[in-house]
Design a protein around this ligand. Structure first.
Ligand SMILES: Cc1cc2nc3c(=O)[nH]c(=O)nc-3n(C[C@H](O)[C@H](O)[C@H](O)COP(=O)(O)O)c2cc1C
Length: 258
């Protein structure tokens, strides 16, 4: 595998830092190639602005269109081009981050905002009576797999079906489906560690073992069975799921999983 690890934590000695280091050593020892985007260490610029699009920035700024024109012309900033190149190089992408306010840290969201440009991650493909662009199962990044490795302070019960935080699959849906599946990436079930702020030092050995196990079985892990957009499950252009396709009682985000 060619694995890109996108890592978002300010402290190398954190749990997240350890999980990232373990992923690098485990995958490399198994003969895989690994590259790391350590966003804090790179001093990653998290905000989109006109400077991102140079001569292609219009006034007033049109973020989507300008990003697409700069992408087409090859004039996106070097940091963004380097990340797009890493995504095209990789066949597997691991995102390592702590759950902060129920989602990814801002620096990682800013990586998505700047790297997933128009004509690269969205705005791709034809629209017709039977197609609505290349997305949700098709797109520039098709053929790749991604995995979220997330640490959370809250215990597992808080994220269960009746838990006060809402189910973890629902919280991660905007990332897994909206950001990763959209440009065509298949998404593996996430590796989530709960209750980590109360973890004792002794617990780390079990955590490390579970993480190594996931890493060494990535190639045989089945992705989440998200429904493909252009293959008959959805009306076009309303993009409503056709009636009766869902298993009895299935509602909410779960509708978009076969
Ligand atoms: C700004 C901030 C927001 C947080 N939000 C959440 C949250 O929404 N849900 C949760 O379970 N834990 C939350 N936590 C706890 C972190 O997820 C937890 O401290 C982290 O996963 C521990 O990993 P680390 O030791 O590598 O930092 C938050 C922590 C911080 C600092």
């Amino acid at each position: 595998m060619k694995t890109l690890i996108v890592y978002a934590h300010p402290e190398p000695k954190s749990l997240n830092g350890s999980l990232k280091d373990l992923a690098v050593s485990t995958l490399e020892s198994a003969g895989h190639e690994v590259r790391v985007s350590d966003l804090y260490a790179m001093n990653w610029k998290a905000t989109v602005d006109a400077a991102d699009y140079g001569p292609h920035a219009s006034s007033p700024l049109k973020v989507a269109l300008d990003s697409g024109r700069a992408f087409d012309a090859g004039t996106l900033t070097e940091d963004v081009r380097a990340e797009q190149e890493k995504l095209l190089w990789a066949d597997t992408i691991i995102f390592q981050f702590p759950l902060w306010w129920y989602t990814m840290p801002a620096i990682l969201k800013g990586w998505v905002d700047r790297v997933f440009t128009y004509n690269f991650a969205y705005g791709v493909g034809e629209h017709s009576d039977i197609r609505y662009g290349d997305r949700f199962g098709e797109g520039t990044l098709a053929g790749r797999k991604a995995l979220l490795s997330v640490t959370a302070g809250g215990p597992e019960s808080h994220y269960g079906p009746r838990g006060i935080n809402g189910p973890i699959d629902d919280l991660l849906f905007p990332i897994q489906h909206g950001i990763l599946y959209y440009p065509g990436i298949e998404v593996l079930p996430p590796f989530v560690l709960h209750g980590v702020d109360r973890m004792a030092g002794d617990d780390y050995a079990d955590v490390a073992k579970a993480w190594e196990q996931r890493l060494l079985t990535l190639e045989s892990t089945e992705p989440i069975a998200f429904r493909r957009q252009n293959f008959g499950d959805y009306e076009i252009p309303s993009l409503h799921l056709k009636g009766g396709l869902e298993p009895a009682g299935r509602k909410g985000f779960g509708l978009h999983v076969r």
